[in-house]
Design a protein around this ligand. Structure first.
Ligand code: 5AD
Ligand code: SF4
Length: 468
């Protein structure tokens, strides 16, 4: 068979799979079901939407129940906990498969890019049918076809790719908002981080492909897009005709129907003045920046290979706040990086006090084999790390509550996102700064932006009231 491009080839395999699935439907007298379980970050969630899109095209009915004909785990390996969770759940899946031997179990995502993981799966989890990695998720239909035809386990891991496959199906979780990949991979090699090894080198999609996707989303009722990349600030550098992230944002801003633009993640070392200027002028870019600091200690930042000092970071925050006074800042912080001293940790507490983050994700350092930090000698004792982590959490939470309080009794535009899970007759929405508000409302409002009076700040969220 000759195909003009990869997407066409994959569509051929989707059709082949569909015939096999239809035959099974006849045999069973029911639809076949598929359950995709996603672990980890926004990138993985976006990848899963593509996987679900392919499975739907093949004819599987989507379910959240793992007692399904096909179960696919899209895995994460950024911290050890993420890995342990997968092994635990595989034990549970094997029990389901014992009762339904025709069940297909697949694993994909970041964990599969580690050779020692795949070795372990091959030795101790022999009931797995399909293994593929981050670079070839677009091959799902082809690999599944191979599995269905051969009856044997299929494994396909690529070490890297420069290819970006456009135009494959995708099923969105929300009708009104969507993540949009603008780039893949990471070139930064922060010394603790496994992402560059499992997601490969940085490569950007062309602005034309990105804008075409967003225009189609807008035509489909999407009002908010989240531009996704490991380091969006270095977007476009590898393109034949280089484009900056700030230039891309300006073009996204012009798309009718898009009312909110978010993006993540921003590396502080690459955040340009142009980007700040574009954000300050924009009516659509949300007043929120996720700007991972990782540590407040210049010495530790150097060991982390972050390419900025505590002072550089604080100066950047100052510049952002003077250009965009109401901007919300959030961050990621790692506690217990090798060789972290009490003095280093005090610098982290100090930077948190100075920046006053709206919220922060705090992580205990997790040793990832293959990264430079894993070979550093002085790993910090567990009880010291726990104690520091608790101190940091207390501080982050106190500041976060204080910041939330600042918008109490103000009127804010809110994008209504879902019916409230706990309180009947309530909906939940998001402010431009990413905070959540719960207020009495109807599900018909979902996907629209309404004005909400924030009656009461409740710690990290608000209780509000819609104002006409
Ligand atoms: N240990 C702990 N946290 C980590 N992160 C990345 N690698 C590690 C690790 N080895 C955190 C960083 C990053 C976030 C996505 O995960 O803070 O910003
Ligand atoms: Fe990991 Fe650093 Fe790349 Fe973020 S920028 S994905 S922390 S290596």
């Amino acid at each position: 068979m000759e195909f003009t491009n990869e997407a066409e080839k994959q569509k051929f395999y989707m059709k082949q799979c569909r015939e096999l699935v239809q035959a099974k439907e006849q045999q069973y007298g029911r639809k076949l079901t598929a359950c995709v379980v996603t672990f980890g970050c926004q990138m993985n969630f976006k990848d899963s939407e593509k996987l679900i899109g392919i499975l739907k095209e093949i004819g599987y009915e989507q379910t959240e129940n793992e007692n399904a004909d096909l179960v696919l785990y899209n895995t994460c390996t950024v911290r050890e906990n993420a890995n342990l969770k997968i092994y635990g759940r595989l034990g549970y899946l094997s029990k389901i498969k014992e009762k339904n031997p025709e069940m297909i179990i697949g694993l994909c995502g970041c964990m599969m890019q580690e050779a020692h993981v795949v070795d372990k799966l091959n030795k101790s989890y022999r009931f797995i049918d399909l293994i593929f990695g981050t670079h070839n998720i677009f091959l799902l239909a082809q690999l599944l076809y191979e599995r269905l035809m051969s009856g044997h386990k299929v494994e396909s891991i690529w070490n890297g790719t420069t290819e970006i496959v456009e135009d494959l199906p995708s099923v969105r979780k929300y009708s009104f908002k969507s993540g949009v990949n603008i780039m893949y991979g990471c070139n930064n090699f922060c010394s603790y981080c496994i992402v560059p090894y499992v997601r490969g080198r940085e490569r950007s999609r062309t602005p034309e492909d990105i804008l075409r996707e967003i225009e189609a989303l807008a035509a489909n009722g999407v009002v908010e897009v989240m531009l996704l990349g490991q380091n969006v600030n270095s977007y476009g550098k590898t393109l034949e005709e280089p484009v900056t992230f700030a230039q891309l944002l300006k073009r996204v801003e012009q798309i009718d129907g898009i009312e909110r633009i978010r993006f993540m993640t921003s590396h502080p070392k690459d955040l340009s003045d142009d980007l700040i200027a574009v954000m300050a002028q924009s009516k659509k870019i949300c007043k929120h920046l996720h700007l991972p600091v990782q540590s407040g200690s210049t010495a530790l930042l150097k060991k982390m290979n972050r390419h900025y000092t505590k002072e550089d970071y604080l100066a950047l925050v100052e510049k952002l706040r003077s250009a965009i006074p109401d901007i919300a800042l959030t961050t990621d912080i790692i506690v217990g990086f090798p060789e972290e001293t009490e003095e280093d940790f005090q610098d982290t507490l100090d930077i948190v006090e100075k920046v006053r983050y709206d919220s922060a994700f705090t992580f205990i350092y997790s040793k990832r084999s293959g990264t430079p930090a894993a070979d550093m000698e002085h790993q910090v004792a567990e009880e010291v790390v726990q104690e520091r982590f608790q101190r940091l959490l207390n501080l982050v939470n106190r500041i976060s509550k204080e910041k939330t309080k600042l918008l109490e009794k103000t009127l804010q535009p809110v994008l209504v996102e879902e019916e409230n899970k706990k309180e009947e007759g309530y909906v939940t929405g998001r402010l431009s700064n990413n905070s959540l508000v719960h207020f009495p409302g109807k599900k018909e409002w979902i996907g629209t932006i309404v004005n909400v009076y924030l009656k009461e700040a409740k710690g990290f969220y608000y209780i509000g009231e819609k104002v006409d």
